[in-house]
Design a protein around this ligand. Structure first.
Ligand code: AMP
Length: 221
């Protein structure tokens, strides 16, 4: 099954995708994580992407598309995947569709995590990420058991450099201009399911898993 999680930064895409991936045993593919890995390894791609990321702007399509197509071509992604942070604009959605059609595949389900701006800002400004395993925590909503330490793997927690107020506002503006047309795109294809995602992560996960199971059963009929 090929699933996309859509929604503004701070909607909980990363947190939900990680848990869902374990639940349904499909890889979680996050363009943000892949780009941050390239930045930390100082690859050519990382060097080209870094400035855009620090400003909260989108990394140019040609860089991200190639990275993504390479990733979904890997063996572990053949039975399906959960995409988080991609596509981010219509051009990327069209490239993804073409790449899948060329492989005789398609996107099965797009879940839009509908989140209010106030919740997004509160979540992002307190977000803490594990350097080692990428797990997300929050200074007040979901604090780690030990300050600064990941509950899952003991790695150090840090605040993302683009989770500052000015960059958060820029990322929300980019989201409104570039990403929100995707809602209509997938709605017209009959693939979009909308979920209110302002609530607690555990409750949102129950709704997501419910949608995925329902869809999976309908695919088998
Ligand atoms: P995220 O972790 O999804 O919040 O992404 C962090 C940053 O990575 C974004 O603000 C962009 O600069 C970049 N990025 C992630 N995904 C994409 C994408 N699909 N297209 C362009 N830039 C992206």
């Amino acid at each position: 099954m090929r699933i996309i999680l859509l929604g503004p930064p701070g909607a909980g895409k990363g947190t939900q995708a990680k848990t869902l991936a374990e639940e349904i045993r499909l890889p979680h593919i996050s363009t943000g994580d892949l780009l941050r890995k390239n930045v930390s390894l100082n690859t050519d791609l990382g060097k080209q992407a870094q400035d855009y990321m620090n400003k909260g702007a989108l990394v140019p399509d040609e860089l991200v598309n190639q990275m993504m197509i390479d990733r979904i071509s890997q063996d572990d992604a053949q039975a399906g995947f959960i995409l988080d942070g991609y596509p981010r604009n219509l051009a990327q959605a069209e490239i993804l569709d073409k790449a899948l059609v060329a492989r005789g595949k398609q996107i099965d389900l797009v879940i839009y995590l509908d989140t209010s701006e106030a919740v997004v800002i509160q979540r992002l400004s307190g977000r803490l990420v594990c350097k080692k395993c990428g797990a997300n925590f929050h200074s007040t909503n979901m604090p780690p058991k030990k300050t600064g330490i990941c509950d899952n793997c003991g790695g150090a927690l840090y605040q993302r450099s683009d989770d500052t107020e000015a960059t958060i506002r820029k990322r929300l503006q980019v989201y409104r201009n570039e990403c929100s047309p995707l809602i209509k795109y997938y709605q017209e294809k009959g693939k979009l399911q909308r979920l209110v995602a302002d609530g607690e992560a555990r409750k949102v996960l129950v709704d997501i898993v419910g949608l995925v199971r329902k869809h999976h059963d309908s695919l088998k009929v």
